[in-house]
Design a binder for this molecule. Structure first.
Ligand code: ADP
Ligand code: ADP
Ligand code: ZN
Length: 217
């Protein structure tokens, strides 16, 4: 499986990627998760990224492209992946296309997860994340099975991201519209794009993604 999920913040990309990762033996490449880990670890990348993330702005293309290139060219890197949060600009998409060509890898399909605005805001402001493995939960729609315990890793530190506040969310949605949504047209022109209704319950979205992936391969 080599797929890319595109969708606004809160669309459910991380939720779906985590489920697919488990059942398809594919790795989730979530750039937001990588950046948050780097920030917590206090690495140079993390320190550079933090100021952008706190305001809901995108981290620069140069940094992001470098990060993805390093990941994909590591010896033994998985041939099976789910892109979640990268690319987020046309420049990143162009660079990613070049990287895949170089590595002789083909993208199976790009899936646009489409969710209504009011629901996106409710999802983001109610989101909680496992600090250890970054699995997303929701206080109302998707709480962990056992209170304050991550379903995936058993961790007990489930917190709210700084950028999931209402003020920052508005900015992130603007950034999505301006900088990321052009990718939909970009991949449509490459005949790779499939759109699906992300307003549906988690399990139904997963089924739709699985069907699309099976058709595309
Ligand atoms: P969400 O899934 O809620 O949209 P992410 O966890 O993917 O949020 O990203 C959080 C933040 O990390 C973004 O607002 C942005 O600042 C930064 N980020 C993540 N991926 C990228 C990327 N590909 N390009 C630039 N910035 C990114
Ligand atoms: P993204 O990675 O696209 O920003 P997430 O996967 O983190 O989105 O989901 C955002 C929030 O919405 C989380 O709190 C998650 O539990 C919840 N969520 C995800 N998918 C659904 C769904 N299909 N129905 C209801 N809530 C969902
Ligand atoms: Zn966890």
């Amino acid at each position: 499986m080599r797929i890319m999920l595109i969708g606004a913040p809160g669309a459910g990309k991380g939720t779906q990627a985590k489920i697919l990762e488990k059942s398809y033996n594919a790795v989730q490449i979530a750039t937001g998760d990588i950046l948050r880990k780097a920030t917590e670890a206090g690495t140079e990348l993390g320190l550079k990224a933090k100021s952008f993330m706190d305001l809901g702005h995108l981290v620069t293309d140069d940094l992001m492209i470098k990060l993805i290139r390093e990941k994909f060219t590591q010896p033994g890197f998985s041939q099976s992946w789910i892109m979640d949060g990268f690319p987020r600009t046309v420049a990143q998409a162009e660079a990613f296309g070049e990287l895949l060509d170089e590595l002789n890898l083909k993208l199976d399909c790009v899936i646009e997860v489409d969710v209504e605005r009011p629901l996106l805001i409710e999802r983001i402001t109610g989101r909680r994340v496992c600090r250890n493995c970054q699995a997303p939960y929701h206080i109302k729609f998707n709480p962990p099975k056992v209170e304050n315990t991550c379903d995936y890793c058993g961790g007990h530190d489930i917190y709210q991201r700084d950028d999931d506040s209402e003020e920052v969310v508005t900015n992130r949605l603007k950034v999505y519209d301006l900088q990321t949504s052009p990718l939909i047209e970009y991949y449509k022109l490459k005949n790779l794009l499939h759109k699906l209704d992300g307003n549906l319950p988690v399990e139904e979205v997963t089924t739709k993604i699985v069907n699309l992936v099976n058709e595309a391969r």
